[in-house]
Design a protein around this ligand. Sequence first.
Ligand code: PLP
Length: 428
Amino acid sequence: MSDQWGFDTTAIHAGAAPDPATGARQVPIYQTTAYVFQDAAHAARLFGLQEVGYIYSRLTNPTVAALQSRVAALEGGAGAVCCSSGHAAQIMALFPLMGPGCNIIASTRLYGGTITQFSQTIRRFGWSAKFVDLDDLNALRAAADGNTRAIFCESISNPGGYVTDIPAVARVADELGVPLIVDNTLATPYLCKPIELGATLVAHSLTKYMTGNGTVTGGVVVDSGKFDWSASDKFPSLSQPEPAYHGLKFHETFGNLAFTFHSIAIGLRDLGMTMNPQGAHYTLMGIETLGLRMERHVANAQTVAEWLEQDPRVASVTYAGLASSPWNATAQRVYPKGAGALFTFSIKGGYDAAVKLVDNLKLFSHVANLGDARSLVIHSASTTHSQLTDAQKIAAGAGPDVVRLSIGIEDAGDIIADLDQALAAASA
Ligand SMILES: Cc1ncc(COP(=O)(O)O)c(C=O)c1O
């Protein structure tokens, strides 16, 4: 594998040599739970982490390992650990950093499921989250306290497609001595490489653009390998003897791979949120065309957003690639290849018109997913956000007149024609 390869070469080749046993050119699906040890001493060395190898597929698997290497290479990380979903990846990213009483500072602009995970579910572990508008760096500094262990944001956020100024947030994370974790699901490493911009960890839902066709549920955490876990006493699981692994000191033993080894040896071992080899295989195949797809996704999104914005039936469009967006300058500086392909728009005519629009779309699929080759639509107020009050829906960017679009890689003219006929039906 070459460090000199361009993005598309890396996307096709990283982590995937021909199979040593058969010569198979595509990465095989190693559909096995366990691996035969050479002898008792070999088994003992593997369990003691004195030798790296395969023990049991809850921990490691060759197909999953190929995907880990490929995503680590694309993100410029030292190592990566795949998980059963994007949501699992978020817990796995926090797990080595947190303990009871610890908190994270999370952006207010996040996928709704992540807001629930951070505001409700992680409290059961004794962890908590403070939500801050990360455009306000002083508010970010003010929110930090002695128990803060990480800052979490999405590079491009779901559902609005707003963008985070990662270099600015990373500088504050450095000041505070805590890692910045970036969910890079909507940007993918094609549009944004958070590690180059100062992030410590990158999380992904592989379910979306990375696989790219709505066939897999998966996630990954990539470690930059750049954070000094021993610089303070904040991260004892990595810097101090780890009681969950007979007192092993992960940072001292594994250096820049401390987070990755901890995530596999303890995170996957005890939380068990493992990716399956078949899902990893599909994701590897999807990633081969990531660059081509993302180029078309963003070109189509820009064209569709511009068309919607000038349409008199449309009230507003959130796409950060539009000159009218308050995030446009940040998008051009931090995301020069494009502002992703997910955004919302509101239709004149309120709830009834929005629902009618969704019902009349023919090319778009009405589903709770994004990042598919197909164009997707959802009316959040009547689905994902239906339990909220009207005021809460509006605060979440899911008001009654708002529709979320995930722009696919079909012909832009066909996408616009579909929106045009559905807008006509909805506005009639
Ligand atoms: C930005 C973002 N992060 C994480 C997730 C969670 O991913 P998964 O559904 O694979 O658990 C989603 C799901 O929509 C998402 O949009």
